[in-house]
Design a protein around this ligand. Structure first.
Ligand code: PLP
Length: 264
């Protein structure tokens, strides 16, 4: 790494189990050769069987972390993950407004695979109005896309409609992760840009693996690739490929069934 390399900043939740959140984000940044910065928006006490407690630090302290990063580093991209509350979302949006446009990957984290709620129900509107319009790439899974678009997504046609609805929020591109949609033995992720003409699909076999932290890793890999100068479309394609490889090499560090990704 050269002196003063471009850095990627994650503003997200911490996972004490090291599989998701900030911990996954920093591993993904490092694996891409990008210096990683972090502002911790929420802390989870968590292991491979679930989330046992959540703590949200005062937003002033979150802002202090974000300020420290922007005041000293060349931030090439920001990745947003678990933001927990509407107040946190507003604080993050205010900070991003203060520092000007920066390539932004928004992972609209709402509920963990284990079922734990990671975003307050009343925070949806703040997410939609304050952060989605700033997104270079928005990366919802199907349940998140349903809540953000107000559409039920049960078919590929529904997915297309949801992409259009989400792009209308102001996000420049949307990657709709398809794992929750039943398309037989395949998982189809769909990517579309607001200025583009069509949808790019990434199709992969459904792996018989319960993965943890895949969404965080994917969004961070996109952010790292944006830092490295890739276009949003190139950054997303490379990140989808990266997550597939990391998941296939995943391992089970705890007593639960879930695997965490191997970031190499
Ligand atoms: N914990 C934190 C802090 C997260 O940010 C996330 C996901 O975004 C999760 C847990 C959930 O990860 P998963 O749904 O992959 O298990």
């Amino acid at each position: 790494m050269s002196d003063s390399p471009v850095s990627a900043l994650t503003i997200a939740g911490s996972d004490s189990g090291g599989g998701a959140g900030i911990q996954a984000d920093l591993k993904a940044f490092a694996a891409h050769g990008v210096h990683g910065l972090s502002a911790i928006a929420a802390l989870t006490a968590q292991h491979t069987r679930g989330v046992t407690a959540v703590h949200v630090p005062p937003v002033d302290f979150l802002r202090a972390q974000i300020d420290a990063c922007f005041e000293d580093f060349h931030v090439g991209a920001v990745k947003l993950g678990m933001l927990a509350t509407a107040e946190v979302i507003r604080a993050v949006a205010d900070a991003l407004d203060a520092y000007g446009p920066v390539p932004l990957v928004v992972d609209p984290v709402m509920v963990a695979t284990s079922g734990a709620r990671l975003l307050a129900e009343d925070a949806l509107e703040a997410l939609r109005t304050r952060l989605l319009p700033k997104a270079t790439v928005l990366t919802p899974n199907i349940p998140e896309a349903e809540l953000l678009s107000g559409l039920r997504i049960a078919s590929p046609a529904d997915a297309e409609q949801a992409l259009a609805r989400l792009l209308a929020t102001g996000s420049k591109a949307v990657l709709l992760k398809g794992a929750h949609l039943d398309e037989g033995a395949l998982v189809v992720d769909r990517y579309r840009e607001a200025t583009g003409t069509g949808t790019t699909t990434f199709t992969h076999p459904r792996l018989p693996i319960e993965g943890h932290g895949t969404g965080c890793t994917l969004a961070s890999a996109i952010a790292a690739n944006l830092c490295l100068g890739l276009t949003p479309a190139q950054a997303t394609a490379a990140a989808v490929d990266y997550v597939g490889r990391a998941l296939r090499q995943g391992y089970r560090p705890g007593r639960g069934e879930v695997r965490v990704l191997d970031h190499i």
